[in-house]
Design a binder for this molecule. Structure first.
Ligand code: ATP
Ligand code: MG
Length: 561
């Protein structure tokens, strides 16, 4: 049964949409401007997909704009590879950013000039405390901090020292520039946070031009303001940083003052959404790379066969709020499955084959029937499904001693071959070790396109003709972790919960038409699930490689009835 096509689903109302609508209605803004601000220090994951769908989705829904801005203030961890992969992911998800890609580093000079401005106002100072001392002076949640001995330096002295920091006169880490706010603030973020540090690190865009780098909190608010972002959306851990965001902008002659709004991070059961831990999976070789189909990265989901529309629908369903957003993997799989149900052509493949010899079918003869690629989409076309004397069926579709209610093949029992005849199992041929070598069956010649006379055959199984089928490699994926919250255990490492069977590689047989499929073509292999021709390893002229995207809902039996 085909379910509704999910793409035109109505947006789900949430508090950020309400804020945007109110701001447009009151005339506070004529249009909205959002941004997606990833740090190019890893590949994007499903949590980022939520943020992308929110930021770009709002811009679409309210005829606004959304910028893509790299937060590249941490030169050591950042790379061009990551930045390129992120752009590819945003586009693949179906979004386009406003104007050029932006970089926080585009604003390094402006950020520097604003820092001098703060110094001249007496609102920033150069501090010589070591990191340990600074931590000690900062105080705790229950104790106020103490002022740094360097807090009262004059603007002139600070300006001189800051310029010399920039000129490279001091060693890495020896001095910082801090804003002068309130060492007694109950919010630790307001206790004179560092806004510049000295670090001789090669930057992916500015090279060795700078040896001082601005901190994230200082950079982010000013970048937003320079781009005239109206609504700066971020995850809840930045709630405590909002006073600093506003403070910095209140001190400076910036062109706008965006409103920061926080929402809860997505967490998905049975996987992890920490870039650091995902990187660990890659560097330790637990997975084959950032794009391993078991990874919750956008690259991984793409390679596995998830569709952009399926992921967008998932984001729509999980909604946006400030309360915990822990979601079961089944919600993501469900959204993807529904999308594939409507768009993937259906063919037959056998992944765990046992041979069936049709003893009363004429040797050497091939006949065929045409079958549509999709029951609800005649426009997908048809192909011929050939049959000859030997066919492959799924081992699981045969049982010598079947459980009660079994509707598939069994000695002396009958079953229908999908699009073809009813067959009856006459003999089980075994090897010396007891393994089944082949099944000998007969066909009922009078059952093509019609029910047998005088009896009911309920079961329908998939199959392929041995002489015509194409050998394929199939990768069956399961969850990467066995625990719903692998990184939620205090004394156990998340790697302890790896699922040893998360990848099973099997050799199978498929209808020949899949051989022509371009990489990333998706099919339903009837009764087995949705599969996607591997983006990289599936190549014309070579043995096809298919990744199982997701299994089918258990609806196949009903569908055929
Ligand atoms: P990590 O903690 O894994 O390094 P991050 O938040 O530092 O992730 P960024 O590249 O800074 O990664 O994220 C870009 C944007 O995506 C930010 O606005 C961030 O709030 C958002 N984001 C990151 N993870 C999630 C998540 N799990 N759910 C929703 N939004 C997220
Ligand atoms: Mg971040």
């Amino acid at each position: 049964m085909i379910e509704k096509n999910p793409s035109p689903a109505a947006p789900v109302q949430h508090f950020i949409r309400s804020i945007v609508e109110a701001d447009l209605a009151s005339g506070k803004h004529q249009g909205i401007a959002t941004r997606f601000p990833p740090e190019p220090n890893g590949y994007l994951h499903v949590g980022h997909a939520k943020s992308i769908c929110l930021n770009f989705g709002l811009a679409q829904d309210y005829q606004g704009t959304c910028n893509l801005r790299f937060d590249d203030t941490n030169p050591e961890k950042e790379s061009e590879e990551y930045a390129n992969a992120i752009q590819e992911d945003v586009r693949w998800l179906g979004f386009e950013w406003n104007g050029p890609v932006r970089w926080a580093s585009d604003y390094f000079q402006a950020l520097y000039d604003y820092a001098e401005n703060l110094i001249l106002q007496g609102k920033a100072y150069v501090c010589d405390l070591t990191p340990e001392e600074m931590r000690e002076f900062r105080g705790t949640l229950t104790e106020p901090g103490r002022p740094s001995p360097y807090r009262e330096r004059s603007p002139d002295e600070n300006l001189d020292l800051f310029r010399r920091m920039k000129a490279g006169e001091f060693p890495d880490g020896s001095r910082t520039l801090r804003v002068r706010i309130d060492m007694a603030s109950p919010n630790i973020n307001m206790r004179d946070p560092v806004i510049y540090r000295i670090k001789r690190a090669h930057h992916i865009r500015t090279g060795d031009q700078w040896c001082i780098y601005p901190m994230y909190d200082y950079t982010h608010c000013i970048s937003d303001a320079l781009e005239c972002i109206t609504h700066s959306l971020c995850t809840l851990e930045f709630e405590d940083h909002r006073p600093l965001y506003d403070w910095v902008l209140d001190q400076l002659p910036v062109p706008s003052h965006p409103r920061q709004i926080e929402f809860s991070r997505l967490e998905l059961h049975y996987t992890i959404t920490s870039k650091r831990k995902l990187l660990q999976l890659v560097t330790q070789g637990v997975v084959s790379g950032w794009d391993d189909p078991r990874m919750p990265t956008i690259h991984g989901m793409r390679r596995r066969g998830y569709t952009p529309a399926g992921i967008r629908e998932f984001a729509r369903r999980i909604g946006i709020s400030k309360s915990e957003n822990v979601v079961d993997m089944a919600v993501l799989e469900g959204a993807v499955r529904e999308d594939l149900e409507a768009r993937a052509p259906r063919v037959m493949a056998v992944v765990n084959p046992v041979k069936v010899v049709l003893s009363n079918y004429q040797e050497g003869l091939t006949t065929s029937r045409s079958a549509g690629f999709h029951p609800n989409h005649p426009e997908f076309g048809e192909r011929e499904v050939p049959i000859a004397q030997e066919i492959w069926i799924e081992q699981d579709d045969f049982a010598e001693t079947p459980p009660p209610g079994w509707q598939r093949l069994t000695p002396g029992g009958e079953v229908r071959l999908r699009y073809s005849y009813v067959i009856k199992c006459e003999e089980v041929v075994k090897g010396a070790d007891g393994r089944i070598l082949e099944l000998r069956c007969t066909i009922d010649h009078d059952t093509l396109g019609k029910n047998p006379v005088g009896r009911k055959v309920k079961g329908v199984i998939h199959w392929v003709s041995a002489a015509h089928a194409l050998a394929i490699e199939v990768r069956l994926y399961d969850r990467l972790f066995l625990d719903p919250e692998p990184d939620g255990h205090k004394d156990r490492d998340f790697l302890e919960f790896l699922n040893p069977d998360s990848l099973r590689q099997v050799a199978g047989w498929a209808e020949t038409c899949v051989g022509q499929a371009e990489p990333e073509t998706r099919y339903q292999f009837e009764r087995l699930g949705y599969f996607c021709a591997d983006r990289f390893e599936h190549q014309p002229g070579r043995r096809p490689v298919f990744n199982r995207t997701v299994t089918l809902k258990d609806s196949w039996a009903r569908e055929q009835a």
